[in-house]
Every structure is written in C-alpha cells, then in structure tokens.
Design a protein around this ligand. Structure first.
Ligand SMILES: [Cu+2]
Length: 148
C-alpha cells in the first residue's frame, strides 16, 4: 500500500514537471541582456510557449526587445536585415522563411508570449534564440536546445 502511494505520487510529479517544460519564461532588461543563455525544450511537447518579460523601464524606441527562434546558422543573416525591416515589422522582414517564430517588440514593463512548434524541429540541428532589435543580438542571444 505504501508502495502504491509512492508510485502514484511519482507519476503525478512527473506529469507536473513534463507540463511545466512546455511553458518557459525568460526576461530582458534595460542593460540589453536576457536572463539566460540557454532554453531547453522537449519534443514531448508539441509546442512550447515562451513568455518574454521586459523587466526594465525604457520604452520600445529606446530599449525594445523581442525574441526570435531560428537556426543558429541563420542568426546573423536575419539580424543584419533587421534595420531594413524596421520597428513596424518588429525588426523581422515579412515572410522571412529563415525565421521559425518571432515576437513583437516590447518595452519596459511589457511581456509577450510566443508558441514554438517544437515537434517539427530537428534535435540534431543547432537553433538559437535572440533579440532582433538592431545590434542587440551581439549581447542578446542563446542556445535554443531541442531534445527528443
Ligand atoms: Cu533587445
């Protein structure tokens, strides 16, 4: 009987942790930084929701941030086109097929949530997350690690 209770508890806690991995969060600040260099997502989730919160005070025009998910090898290309795309397009060119998902740009006190279809990604490939606001990627980037 004791064993049964342990087993049920173990299953319940496993489900709880599996669920939380499908919803990640990170923050960005007025010093052009994300609070993490790595996001790990599991393909056990069909899609993962990622919430970016801007903990600073500066407005979008001074220190806006967003989050873009792409192949690591496409990061610099997307970033170098960001000025051309402009704030109206959240610094991502419309229809850019290199972009897997991108969010709108937020200012201090704002937050935004994106949904990433991780079941269609390849765990053998290297993905990155970064901020597309011109120049920010240099400081604001990290690994987007997909696990089977
Ligand atoms: Cu930024």
């Amino acid at each position: 009987m004791r064993y049964m209770i342990f087993l049920v508890t173990a299953i319940l806690s496993f489900q709880a942790s599996a669920t939380s991995e499908c919803a990640l969060s990170l923050s960005a600040n007025d010093r052009m930084q994300f609070d993490t260099k790595q996001l790990v997502v599991s393909q056990q989730c069909e899609s993962v929701s990622i919430t970016l919160t801007h903990t600073g005070k500066l407005p979008v025009t001074a220190m806006g941030h967003n989050i873009v998910i792409a192949l690591e090898s496409d990061l610099k290309g997307i970033a170098s086109d960001s000025s051309k795309a402009g704030l109206n397009n959240n610094y991502v060119q419309p229809g850019d097929e290199r972009v897997i998902v991108s969010s709108k740009v937020i200012g201090g006190g704002g937050s935004v949530t994106i949904s990433v279809p991780v079941d269609t990604l390849d765990p053998a490939k290297q993905y990155a997350f970064f901020c597309a606001v011109p120049g920010h990627w240099v400081m604001m980037k990290g690994e987007f690690k997909v696990t089977p």
